[in-house]
Write a protein that binds this ligand. Structure first.
Ligand code: GAR
Length: 201
């Protein structure tokens, strides 16, 4: 069984979609062992508890510098023999030591069609720019922000009268489809990374 750790900061609906798709058998031979949050009141931690997954709050403000915070995360990942790290609404840049140690074993979901609209408030950036097609991206995490090799993408239309909330909701529905799909492909060892390119075998 492959051990998954999920890093979160908030609501955790993407975490939920992974848990549900493991429980219903769509993602085989995998278990979410631990959910790590940088926010003590993240609803995602409650979701973890409901499913008997260990919730861990790592408070960034209680560490002297970023390195100590990173070490704490590494310690938790090690404790649960983590094979795959999923960022699911985790609103921080992951430290380079974690990325180095789990190269091509960390994925993120981003609510835009990368490489457009990297960073925060991607859906608002999408609306403000006036593009007609929006979407979401699952990618491997490298040292940049939202720059790593792309695994899967889905698009949705931007509709007349959309606001940030309505567009975000339309995108989120697709996030809940492609993140479990990407995790399934990873678990089945079907993702091959070659430079920027990810092929599905
Ligand atoms: C999702 O839309 C995710 O794509 C986005 O935050 C939301 C988290 O929702 N992530 C980012 O913007 C990362 N920069 P969730 O907590 O319900 O999964």
């Amino acid at each position: 069984t492959l051990n998954i750790a999920v890093l979160v900061s908030g609501r955790g609906s993407n975490l939920q979609s992974i848990i549900d798709n493991i429980e219903n058998g769509y993602i085989p031979n995998a278990a979410v062992k631990v959910v790590i949050s940088d926010k003590g009141d993240a609803y995602a931690l409650e979701r973890a508890e409901v499913h008997d997954i260990v919730p861990v709050f790592v408070d960034p403000s209680s560490f002297g510098d970023k390195k100590d915070y990173e070490n704490k995360i590494l310690e938790v990942l090690g404790k649960y023999d983590t094979n795959l790290v999923l960022l699911a609404g985790y609103m921080r840049i992951l430290g380079s030591r974690i990325i180095g140690k789990y190269r091509n074993s960390i994925m993120n979901i981003h609510p835009a069609l990368l490489p457009s609209f990297m960073g925060l408030h991607a859906q608002k950036q999408t609306l403000d720019y006036g593009v007609k097609v929006a979407g979401c991206t699952v990618h491997f995490v490298d040292e940049g922000m939202d720059t790593g090799p792309i695994v899967l993408q889905r698009c949705v239309p931007v509709l007349e009268g959309d606001d940030e909330e309505s567009l975000s909701e339309r995108i989120l529905e697709q996030e809940h489809i492609i993140y479990p799909e990407a995790v399934k492909l990873f678990v089945e060892n079907r993702l091959v990374v070659d430079g920027r390119k990810v092929s599905i075998t």
